[in-house]
Structures are given as structure tokens and as C-alpha cells.
Design a protein around this ligand. Structure first.
Ligand SMILES: [Zn+2]
Length: 422
């Protein structure tokens, strides 16, 4: 098969243009889902896709689909998708790179008249970040609902999602924003196994592994399994100036001991790929003259292997069996998910496309969640990562070079053509 190349010039222009929508004035963007900035990005997508003769469809949850017909009108569509929304003060690549790469593939196919049998679709997912209307991956959760495992689907009921409140103004809901957006289309256009054959998603790596190894593109094999636990500590509030140290039950001191204990015990397992984070902590009464009587904190832990995650869980649960600084400790599971593996055939197409195009690459896991991971329960799915400068993401300095972005699109294009030819 011949190897086709995407256009650096066209990709650079798309990056520059999309970076204007939600420009926060210091290098990055804030582009909440269905905000005026997000609608501008969608209009740009539609304008460019119409210009190459793509058919535009919008489903009932504002996902936008642009499709170039193939030679077989009965063949299922191959879709390339990612999201157009960002976190607050996010960068110009997370999400939108996957949309721009999908556009670039369609533009290259149209420009070079590349023959293909299946219709090819570029798609924008609504509200992946969930940064204004939680949760993250809300709309892929809605669309893939019937296919999701029981312990996940409960969080994505359509009616509940429509009532999701804005984190800025609790009188605003996702449902109302959807109604007001002008992007509430028809449910019949939703991504489905009846109409779609498989899905590819390009995303920035959001970590330093590719850059450290000197590779431009990652061939992703799975999204890591994870669990999220909550630790709670119960002590007694007393006056900071009058109560002796040896009689205190300080819940914050107890929590800090457990955080250090977790780090030392989990590190002893000796797996450098195992990652765990305490990112959220609540302290009561949170007054500088009071000894805290209540603290809780989160623990997020990710690794591919269920056996290793089980070992970490043993350490976590062991914490509740003891007193810490005179305080009682409880641990509670918030949620967990298994490792989601991408479709092996699609993975091999991406790998072959990377090899044939001579672009430096390596196999990677995804530590972050993406819409593709919900789609994987419904359709054969895979992902491609593009190198992130300094591993930074969800922040304004987030950066991938136009060259690396174009190389990602080139691999995507050639992998899609392999899927088309099978
Ligand atoms: Zn993303």
C-alpha cells in the first residue's frame, strides 16, 4: 500500500485558527463545552468540512459528524473523533488535536482523491472534560450507555446528565445549555454499531515518556485500570493554645501520617509504572486556632495489572484497621474501572502505518481517560498519542509541535486506509 502524507501547512493553519476560540490571552484557552468559544470551534469545523464536500450531521447531544462518502454506499463508516472543549486555562491541543487530525485526514483524502470504500467521518464529542458540567466523558457515557459495564453506566443516565449543574452558576444546567446552543440535533445521528465500523482517536500524550525516549508518536494499547478511594479521619477539635500535645487527637496529623505511610508502602512494591495521587483534601474546621477534628482525602491509583492494583488495595484497607495519632480511620471505595484494551487489529494497523511512514514511535499505555475508552465497549476502537512538550497538559504551556501533530495525522490517515481495505 502506498503511504500518504498529511499537510504540515494546513495543520499549522488549523492549530492557529482553533487556538483563537477561547483564547485566554496568555497562550492557552478556556473553552467550556457549548460556550460561545466552543460554538466558534464547531462552526470552523463545519465550514472547513463543508468546503471539501462532507455531509454534516448533529445528534441530540450536540456531537457533530462530518462524513465523506466512500465507493460503497452500504459500507459502515470509519470515524475519527475527539473533543473540542477544554479545562479552565487549558492548552491548545488537548481534545482539539484529535478533531483537527480527523479534519486533516478528510482534507488529505479529498485533496489527493484517495480511493476508499467506507465513508470516513470526522467527529466532535461534546463535554469530554466535564469542567463546567461534570462528569468528565459525559456525552460518550450517554451515547455508549447501553454498552457500558454496570458499575460505570449508573453515572451516565441521560436524565441525570441533563440536570448536571454548572460549577460556576448552579442555576445553569447542561440540558439548558444544550437547548440554547442550537446544536441539539437528532438522536438518529448518534454514533452506533449499526452505522459505524470502528473509531480512532488521536490525543496528546499528556506525559513525558515520548519526549524522554525521543519518539514522536505513541501507539496506545490500553487505558490503565484504576481505583479511587476516600480516606476519613475522626479526631477531636480543641483549642490550639490551651490543649497539650500528648492528649490531642489531630485528624490532619493522622492523615499526613497515612499519606507518608502509603507512599513508603506502595513504593516498596517496586513498580515504577504504578502511579498514585492524593489530589484532594478536606479539613474541618479549617481554622488556624483549632486542632482539626475531621479530615478526608482522595487516593487515585492506576496500573495495567489487576493483581498489582489488588496489592495496593491491601495496603489501603490495612490503614483502616489501625488508629493514627489517636484518630479513627475509615476507607471507602468511590469507584474503580478495569484496564480497557484497544482492538488488536486496529492497534496493528496503527503500528504498521507508523513503521511504513518512517515516523519514530513506541507502544504506550494511556493513564488518562478518553471518550475512546467508552466507545471501546461499543465498537472496535484505538488511540494514537502525539508527543507533549515537557509532558505538560491541562495548562496553558501545553504544546506539541505542528510537525509532530502532522505526523500523528499521517499515521492516522494510513491506519484508517488499512481499516478501510480489510
Ligand atoms: Zn482530552
Amino acid at each position: 500500500m502506498s503511504v500518504y502524507e498529511c499537510s504540515l501547512e494546513r495543520m499549522t493553519d488549523k492549530i492557529k485558527t482553533m487556538s483563537k476560540f477561547g483564547d485566554a490571552g496568555h497562550g492557552g484557552i478556556t473553552r467550556y463545552t457549548l460556550s460561545p468559544a466552543d460554538l466558534q470551534a464547531r462552526e470552523e469545523f463545519t465550514k472547513r468540512m463543508k468546503a471539501i464536500g462532507a455531509l454534516i450531521e448533529i445528534d441530540d447531544v450536540a456531537n457533530v459528524y462530518a462524513t465523506l462518502p466512500g465507493s460503497d454506499p452500504d459500507a459502515k463508516r470509519i470515524v475519527m473523533a475527539s473533543h473540542s472543549d477544554s479545562v479552565k486555562n487549558g492548552g491548545n491541543y488537548d481534545g482539539i488535536l484529535g478533531v483537527m487530525s480527523a479534519m486533516e485526514v478528510l482534507e488529505t483524502v479529498a485533496e489527493k482523491n484517495i480511493p476508499h470504500k467506507h465513508p470516513l467521518t470526522a467527529m466532535i464529542w461534546t463535554n469530554e472534560e466535564g469542567s463546567l458540567y461534570p462528569p468528565a466523558m459525559m456525552v460518550s457515557g450517554i451515547v455508549c450507555y447501553d454498552y457500558l459495564p454496570e458499575n460505570i453506566k449508573g453515572k451516565f443516565k441521560y436524565e441525570d446528565m441533563m440536570k448536571s449543574k454548572s460549577v460556576i452558576d448552579s442555576s445553569e444546567t447542561f440540558g439548558a445549555a444544550l437547548d440554547a446552543s442550537g446544536y441539539k440535533g437528532d438522536k438518529k445521528y448518534r454514533l452506533s454499531p449499526e452505522k459505524y465500523k470502528n473509531m480512532f482517536e488521536i490525543h496528546i500524550e499528556q506525559g513525558p515518556i515520548l519526549e524522554d525516549a525521543g519518539n514522536h508518536v505513541g501507539i496506545v494499547d490500553c487505558v490503565l485500570g484504576m481505583f479511587n478511594y476516600r480516606f476519613r479521619f475522626y479526631g477531636q477539635t480543641v483549642h490550639a493554645g490551651t490543649f497539650p500535645m500528648n492528649k490531642r487527637q489531630d485528624a490532619l496529623f493522622a492523615a499526613s501520617q497515612v499519606i507518608c505511610y502509603l507512599h513508603s508502602e506502595i513504593d516498596k512494591l517496586g513498580h515504577p509504572e504504578l502511579v498514585y495521587t492524593t489530589g484532594e483534601i478536606v479539613c474541618h474546621p479549617n481554622v488556624h486556632t483549632c486542632v482539626p477534628d475531621y479530615v478526608d482525602f482522595s487516593l487515585d491509583c492506576r496500573h495495567e495489572s489487576p493483581e498489582l492494583r489488588e496489592k495496593v488495595l491491601g495496603i489501603v484497607k490495612g490503614c483502616a484497621a489501625r488508629e493514627w495519632a489517636g484518630c479513627r480511620c475509615e476507607v471507602e471505595k468511590m469507584w474503580n474501572r478495569d484496564t480497557v484494551y484497544w482492538d488488536k487489529k486496529l492497534f496493528s494497523y496503527v503500528q504498521e502505518a507508523a513503521e511504513e511512514s518512517g515516523i519514530s514511535h513506541q507502544v504506550l499505555h494511556s493513564g488518562a481517560g478518553h471518550d475512546a475508552q467508552f466507545v471501546a465497549y461499543m465498537l472496535p476502537t484505538t488511540m494514537i498519542f502525539v508527543q507533549s512538550k515537557d509532558g505538560l497538559s491541562h495548562c496553558e504551556p501545553e504544546y506539541s509541535t505542528p510537525e509532530h501533530c502532522t505526523e500523528g495525522a499521517t499515521i492516522l490517515l494510513n491506519a484508517v486506509l488499512k481499516a478501510d481495505a480489510e
